[in-house]
Design a protein around this ligand. Sequence first.
Ligand code: SF4
Length: 212
Amino acid sequence: MNQSGQPYKDITGTITYLDHYNTKGFEPITLDSNVDFTIIINKERYNMNIPLNCTNCQLHKTRKQVVVGRGSIPADILFIGEAPGISEDTIGLAFIGEGGKLLDYMIQEAVKNTHPVSYYITNTVLCRPPENREPEPTEVLKCRENILEIIQEVGATVFCLIGKVAERYYKDIIPYYHTIVHPAAILRMGDAGSDLISRNIKTLTEMIREVR
Ligand code: SF4
C-alpha cells in the first residue's frame, strides 16, 4: 500500500529502495551497498510501457540506460524535472543524487504540514545528456511520447514542473501545474539557497493540499 492507502501495482523494488534510502537518513547512496539495484530497477520498469532500448534521439548514443523515473504507481502527484544526471544514469532511477535527496526532504517537510501523498518523479528526457548539458528541444520533443505514457500510467491529479526547462517544454502540455525551483540549482547557490528551500516547501504544501 502507498502512503495514501492505495495499492501499488508492483513497486516492491521502490519500497526496498526507499527503505534503504530512509534508513540511511539521506546519506549518499553508494554502489557498493548491499541493495541489489538491478532487481530494483527491473521492478521499477516492469509496469511502464517505455522502450528501454529507445533510440529516438541522439542521447541514446551516450547514455548507460533509460531512466524512466522513481516513485509510486499510481501516484497522487507527478513531478517532471529536467534530465537524468550521472547517478541516475548509473543506477537507473530518477532524482537519486544530492538534488533528489533535497527534493525528497522538501516533500517530507511539506507532508508534515499537510497529509501523506504518493508521488512519482520523471524528467523531460529519459536519457542523460552528455556533460549534464541542458536537453536540446529536438531531444525533448522526441521523448515526449514516453513522457505522455508515464503521465498516463501514473494517473496523478496534481503536477509539479521542477525548474525552468520542465516548465518551458511542458507548460503548454499540462493544463494546470505548480513549479518549484530545481533542487540542483538551489544546491549550487549554497547558503543563499535556503530561502528557496523554504519557498519550495511552501509551494509543495499548497500543492499537497490540492490532493484529495
Ligand atoms: S531521451 Fe527519450 S527519446 Fe531520446 S533516446 Fe532516451 S528515451 Fe529515447
